[in-house]
Design a protein around this ligand. Structure first.
Ligand code: SIN
Length: 550
């Protein structure tokens, strides 16, 4: 049994922000299921949105966020996060993040623009912002004497204790959702030793990222399997707005490039979306003129739907994103990663348009939290893509996500610090993980089939354009998969693949249930049976053991 002041699950920007803000005074463990840099933060290209120039204002950034969010954002959350942005960026600069410089700018850093933003306000490190941020913070985390880093450790289940002293999450324990006094920590699978360990902590923070892998095509890394959302749900937390799965309009279309994003900043810097040059009709046409007055800089839901429409109507495999009118030196300076990756695949983006398609990119909903990251379970926090503070509403504004990780991450740390050290753990007895009644998996193919099935059905039936019939089909299949994976989990010794698959299916079920309950189209949720947007915007809130509440 290992005891810490704070256990953080996830090593993306949210998790590392919490860890570094707490480590001066607390003993912290960061638990991550692969290597520290393997999460989605490391893949973030565009940058971090913040008001960093006197021509910009908080009101404008808030207004852009609310517009993109299609009426569903929590304005208080948006204002708090926006107004805390500059201090969060200052922290990163002080930590040494090498943002792209522009000596003519007020702050000395280049600010780019992305869809839905009325101003240039995205601070970035060329087109590899997440990578540079993560590299910088990784060094600090690895060097910190108060931070224990457990890589290749999968979170299995949260451990909670109820009012009557009952434990949940432990093998054979009661499922006491609704009777929760606090979170005590979690069980983790040490992949190398193939052993489940108990981690006890005064405070547990879920910073596990989103659930992009629930769809067949995604810009997310393999780690995005919704682990935190699924674990928190099983432990008794509410989740909100899970129908709002954001599709990024422009992922590279190439048989050997899985999940490679073409940053929205390419459109921000003038990239034009065109019908492919080899199409029979309208070859080379700038089709966004037929969809939205903001053209390529309309919010993501609008651009992704427009591309989906053109691809389906014309029977295309992709559309093209053209930045060839910008000088090669500019492209090299601002998009070195995209340039190099495309070049390695035989596409010279200084001379050729880039074939692109939409792909699942960001989970706007998640575990319900307040602005201090507090969930429904005392001593359990959630932060970043796994959480739902209300900032993103029905559609996240580009580059607001890293901002949220930084601001809420710091709030979580402050909230934990402000609480007196708890004596409660001293007398807690939590049983070790008991796998005496399960056997080794004998047919791992069941897991790979279930993975494939859930991702395909979500892509086909719960995608950019939805219908009641498609959602009902998805529901039927997801319910079967939920039963199957539950039986599998009870019968076999846990493995990383099994845990991820179980979480993925749980999240799929939450997405489908949320989508079925929304009888309108709003932001990222477009349902042909309910094309109108209702006058009143209400979040979808799912409560374990209860039906939908709005
Ligand atoms: C991008 O570079 O397009 C991604 C930025 C984001 O998702 O906010």
């Amino acid at each position: 049994m290992n005891r810490f002041d704070v256990a953080i699950v996830g090593s993306g920007l949210a998790g590392l922000t919490v860890a570094l803000h707490l480590a001066r005074d607390k003993k912290v463990v960061v638990i991550t299921k692969r290597a520290l840099l393997d999460g989605a933060s490391n893949w973030a290209q565009g940058g971090i949105a913040a008001v960093l120039d006197s021509h910009d204002s908080y009101d404008r950034h808030v207004a852009d966020t609310l517009t993109a969010g299609a009426g569903l954002c929590d304005e208080i959350a948006a204002r708090h996060i926006v107004e805390s942005g500059a201090a969060a960026i200052r922290w990163l600069i002080d930590e040494g993040v090498p943002f792209t410089r522009d000596e003519t700018a007020e702050l000395g850093f280049h600010l780019t623009r992305e869809g839905g933003h009325s101003q240039r306000r995205i601070i970035h490190a060329a087109d590899a912002t997440g990578h540079q941020v993560q590299l910088t913070l990784e060094q600090k985390v690895r060097a910190h004497p108060n931070i224990t880093l457990l890589e290749n450790h999968f979170a299995v289940e949260l451990i909670t204790r109820g009012k009557r002293g009952r434990l949940a999450g432990a093998p054979g324990a009661d499922d006491n959702a609704g009777d929760l006094t606090r979170c005590l920590g979690l069980y983790v699978l040490d992949d190398a030793r193939d052993r489940v360990e108990t981690i006890l902590a005064d405070h547990t923070v879920l910073a596990t990222g989103g659930a992009g892998k629930v769809y067949l095509h995604t810009s997310n890394p393999d780690t995005s399997t919704g682990d935190g959302i699924a674990m928190a749900w099983r432990a008794g937390c509410r989740v909100s707005n899970m129908e709002f799965m954001q599709f990024h309009p422009t992922c590279l279309y190439h048989p050997s490039a899985k999940s490679f994003l073409i940053s929205e900043a390419v459109r921000g810097e003038g990239g034009i979306l065109r019908i492919p040059a080899n199409a029979d009709v309208d070859a080379g046409m700038r089709f966004m003129v037929n969809h939205d007055a903001r053209l390529e800089l309309a919010p993501r839901d609008v651009v992704a739907r427009a591309i989906d429409f053109e691809i389906k109507k014309r029977g295309l495999n992709y559309v093209e994103l053209d930045i060839t009118h910008r000088p090669p030196a500019f492209i090299e300076e601002h998009f070195p990663t995209i340039l190099a990756r495309c070049r390695s695949l035989g596409i010279d983006i200084t001379r050729q348009p880039i074939p692109v398609v939409p792909a699942m990119h960001f989970t706007c909903g998640g575990i319900v939290t307040d602005l201090n990251g507090r969930t429904d379970i005392p001593n359990l926090y959630a932060v970043g893509e796994t959480a739902c503070t209300g900032l993103h509403g029905a559609n996240r504004l580009a580059s607001n996500s890293l901002l949220e990780c930084l601001v809420i991450g710091r709030n979580v740390a402050q909230s934990i610090e402000s609480q007196a050290a708890s004596a409660a753990l001293a007398d807690v007895v939590v049983p070790d993980w008991d796998d005496s009644r399960v056997v080794d998996e004998d047919e791992a193919v069941v897991i790979s089939h279930a993975w494939d099935e859930v991702r395909r059905l979500m892509w086909n039936y719960v995608g950019i354009v939805r219908t009641g019939k498609r959602l009902a089909r998805a529901r039927h299949r997801v319910d079967l998969l939920l039963d199957e994976i539950a039986a599998y989990y009870r019968a076999y010794r846990v493995s990383g693949g099994m845990l991820e698959c179980r979480n993925l299916i749980q999240v799929a079920a939450l997405v489908v249930e949320s989508a079925q309950s929304r009888k309108e189209s709003r932001g990222l949720h477009y349902c042909q049976d309910y094309p109108r947007t209702l006058p009143k915007a209400l979040p979808t809130v799912l409560t374990p053991g209860l039906r939908i509440s709005r």
